[in-house]
Design a protein around this ligand. Structure first.
Ligand SMILES: *Cc1c(COP(=O)(O)O)cnc(C)c1O
Length: 354
């Protein structure tokens, strides 16, 4: 098992929550000032989502404890509709729009789970939905978006091309562009997972959250800061797509190349809203290799009867990578998603122990 050295904890001054001006790169459609959600917003989101989403289970597995030396509690976000935590955020956002806003429709660009979440929430709220993906999308995820009734537009070779097209489309049609991270209602919806987790496992010492755009880790920070200030929140990203990690470390929104195989973590830039929250409360941000993530996904399969997509296994990878830090502690590991492609599963199994 290899891992990168964990950077030291940031000790930036924390004050009241500042409003955040998103960078144009991070939120192409919005120059608005974003204010992070409060605990009140998260409680509100829980009430809004309650009729739509069940509480996801937490489970412990002896093979995971044996492999890590820790007491691991897995939060099973892979069991939500659409197979990833992102549906919490998209549903909370769309359930709060007015009929007039819904009539104008929504647009999102994504290679994966954000697209499915927005399409699912759009269907649930009767909102016309267009999803833009690059021209050779993951066929499983493209099919899922179509099955949810969204209009799928394939445009450009890269994520950036798709983003530019989605932005132009929204500008032309008046549809609302839904960012994967710079959306307070989305972060508040995602944060309901951490309210649940604190109720289900109130004695956790630390929670480890896989990061792409940072909505999940920011959500964990907001809930921990309000309800469990001594709960350590650790973020993890692939070292082959370190934009969020590097943004947190440098204190600036940086762009980084993406070579990671873990789609859910493969975000090329830091996002203003989530980075602002992470800077205030995140305990640490670590990097793991794609191979370590594959190994952890294999352990989820063989040791926890759980199909995790590789992004969803990054938290477990971080715990496996640093026994000195985690052994003997009660560690929440968020399994963020289960939408593994057949090719991904074959690779993971090939790398798993015999
Ligand atoms: C989107 C996603 C992530 C990263 O979440 P962010 O909130 O963008 O940081 C992690 N795992 C899975 C499965 C995802 O779909």
């Amino acid at each position: 098992m290899t891992s990168n050295a964990a950077p030291t904890t940031a000790t930036q001054p924390t004050a009241t929550r500042p409003a955040v001006t998103p960078s144009p790169a991070a939120t192409p459609a919005s120059g608005d000032t974003l204010v992070p959600p409060t605990l009140r917003d998260v409680l509100d989101a829980r009430r809004t989502l309650a009729p739509h989403l069940e509480t996801t289970p937490v489970r412990s597995y002896a093979p995971l404890d044996a492999a890590t030396g820790a007491h691991v509690v897995v939060k099973h976000e892979n069991l939500l509709p659409t197979g990833a935590f992102k549906v919490r955020g998209a549903l909370n956002l769309l359930l709060r729009t007015t009929p007039a806003e819904r009539a104008r429709g929504v647009v999102a660009f994504s290679t994966g789970n954000h697209a499915q979440a927005v399409a699912y929430a759009a269907r649930a709220t009767g909102t016309p939905c267009t999803i833009v993906m690059p021209t050779d999308p993951n066929p499983t995820k493209a099919a899922a978006v179509r099955d949810l009734g969204a209009d799928l537009v394939l445009h450009g070779h890269t994520f950036d091309d798709a983003r530019a097209h989605a932005t132009a489309l929204a500008g032309r049609t008046g549809a609302r562009l839904v960012s994967a991270a710079n959306e307070p209602h989305l972060v508040a919806g995602v944060a309901t997972a951490y309210l649940e987790l604190l109720e289900q496992a109130p004695d956790l010492d630390v929670v480890v959250v896989p990061v792409g755009g940072g909505s999940g880790a920011a959500a964990a920070c907001l809930v921990a800061r309000a309800l469990a200030p001594d709960l350590e929140v650790i973020a993890v990203q692939s070292d082959a797509a370190p934009a969020a990690h590097d943004s947190w470390q440098t204190g600036e929104l940086v762009n980084r190349p993406i070579t990671s195989r873990a789609e859910g973590l493969a975000t090329g830039c830091g996002f203003a809203l989530t980075q602002a929250v992470l800077r205030e409360h995140l305990g640490d941000f670590v990097l793991v290799t794609d191979d370590a993530i594959d190994h952890a996904a294999g352990l989820f399969l063989t040791g926890a009867r759980t199909v995790a997509e590789t992004a969803g296994a990054a938290g477990l990878a971080a715990v496996l990578a640093d026994p000195d830090r985690f052994s003997g502690r009660r560690v929440g590991v968020v399994c963020t998603g289960g939408n593994a492609s057949p090719a991904e599963l074959r690779r993971v199994l090939a790398a798993a122990a015999p």
